[in-house]
Each structure stands twice: as structure tokens, then as C-alpha cells.
Design a binder for this molecule. Structure first.
Ligand code: ADP
Length: 199
């Protein structure tokens, strides 16, 4: 069994970092458009039409070439639970991975679709040899997914993936508001608690 190790916790609580097998998983509070990871994830809609929230922020910061590439390459949009990739335009990140999470409905399918949106994004990292990615909290804004449930799904999906894919060296969750950040922090503590490290 590969080891999950809690490595370092900022005493001020502004960041939490754990090691999963040979990779780092961290959660921070901040603005995803400012991240210097090779890729950033976007919480897109299935028409890839741009919108408010994190999607709007990414298109504003990255400039019009991201939308131009989406229109040229993915005219059919992107199904819920999947993801597509473009360049990063003016962002520090070289790529944007546009993942489409579910609109929360309370059905068991929501969890599968949310997990799949993260997993497809990580598979694109592998395909494009991207070794670091930042994710926002997909579906928990306008799409209404309860943050605690969503955070557990997001983190568990990433942890499971990193156990088998050390080529992705860093996954960072960038949470915009302190409430969301605190919920993710608690979920990460739960998921990596020593009692869970059994073989
Ligand atoms: P969705 O439609 O998938 O729910 P939203 O963009 O409405 O997506 O919200 C997803 C999360 O992204 C919310 O927690 C929201 O606060 C957060 N968010 C908004 N702007 C940013 C940003 N610049 N960086 C990181 N997260 C952001």
C-alpha cells in the first residue's frame, strides 16, 4: 500500500500540504488565475460558452485567445463529467483544462459526474505531460453542490489518481473564499487521517 503522509501544515492555517505516494497535494486560499502551475482547471459549462464565477475570471485574465481556441476545437461543447484542454493565453499557466461538473440535483449521479470531471482533467494532464495543476472547487458555486460533499469527492478522486500516477507531481486546490477553504481543509484531514493508512 502506498503511503499517505501528512507533511506540513501552516500554523496560520493558510495552507495544507500532504504527500500522496510520490506527489504533493495542497490546498490554499487564493485566486486560481494567479497560479504558476503548468495547468489550471476551470469550472466550465457544457457549451464552453464562458460565464460568471471562476470561468469568467479565467477568460478575463487569460484573454480572448482561450475562447477562440475553445470555439475552434470543441464546437460541440463538452459533456458533463468530462474536460477539454486549451492553451493558457496570457495566464502564467501554459494550459487551461475546462472541466464540466454537474449542476447539483441530489441524485447519486452527481457524485459520479463530479468525480469524473476531476479524473478526466487528470487524464488530460497525463496525455499532455503536465506535471502540476491547480483546481478550483468545481460545481460548488452557481451549480449548487454542497461544499462538504463536493470537497470529499474532489479530494478522494485526486488522492486515488495520485496513488497510481506519480507523473503528476503537484495538485493544488485553490479555494477562493475562507469558508470553502476551511471545509476542504477539514475534508483533507479526514481523508488522510493516520487511521486510514491501513494496508
Ligand atoms: P460552478 O458553476 O461549477 O459552480 P463557479 O465558478 O460558480 O462554478 O464556482 C466554483 C467555485 O469557484 C466557487 O467556490 C467560487 O467561489 C470559486 N471561484 C470564483 N472565482 C475564483 C477564482 N478566481 N479563483 C478560484 N476560485 C474561484
Amino acid at each position: 500500500m502506498k503511503k499517505i503522509l501528512r507533511e506540513k501544515k501552516d500554523p496560520k492555517g493558510g495552507k495544507m500540504k500532504v504527500t500522496i505516494h510520490r506527489s504533493v497535494l495542497e490546498i490554499v486560499q487564493g485566486d486560481i488565475t494567479q497560479q504558476d502551475t503548468e495547468a489550471i482547471g476551470n469550472a466550465a459549462n457544457s457549451r464552453l460558452a464562458g460565464g460568471g464565477g471562476v470561468d469568467g475570471a479565467i477568460h478575463r485574465a487569460g484573454g480572448p485567445e482561450i475562447m477562440a481556441e475553445l470555439k475552434a476545437r470543441y464546437q460541440q461543447g463538452c459533456p458533463t463529467g468530462s474536460a477539454v484542454i486549451t492553451g493558457g493565453g496570457k495566464l502564467k499557466a501554459k494550459y487551461v483544462i475546462h472541466a464540466v461538473g454537474p449542476i447539483y440535483s441530489g441524485s447519486p449521479k452527481d457524485a459520479q459526474l463530479l468525480s469524473s470531471a476531476y479524473r478526466k482533467s487528470l487524464e488530460l494532464c497525463r496525455e499532455y505531460r503536465i506535471s502540476s495543476i491547480s483546481f478550483p472547487s468545481i460545481s460548488t458555486g452557481a451549480y449548487g453542490y454542497p461544499v462538504q460533499e463536493a470537497s470529499r469527492i474532489a479530494l478522494k478522486t485526486v488522492i486515488d489518481y495520485l496513488k497510481d500516477h506519480p507523473e503528476v507531481k503537484l495538485v493544488r486546490f485553490v479555494l477562493f473564499d475562507s469558508k470553502t477553504f476551511e471545509v476542504y481543509k477539514e475534508s483533507l484531514k479526514e481523508l488522510t487521517a493516520p487511521s486510514r493508512e491501513l494496508p
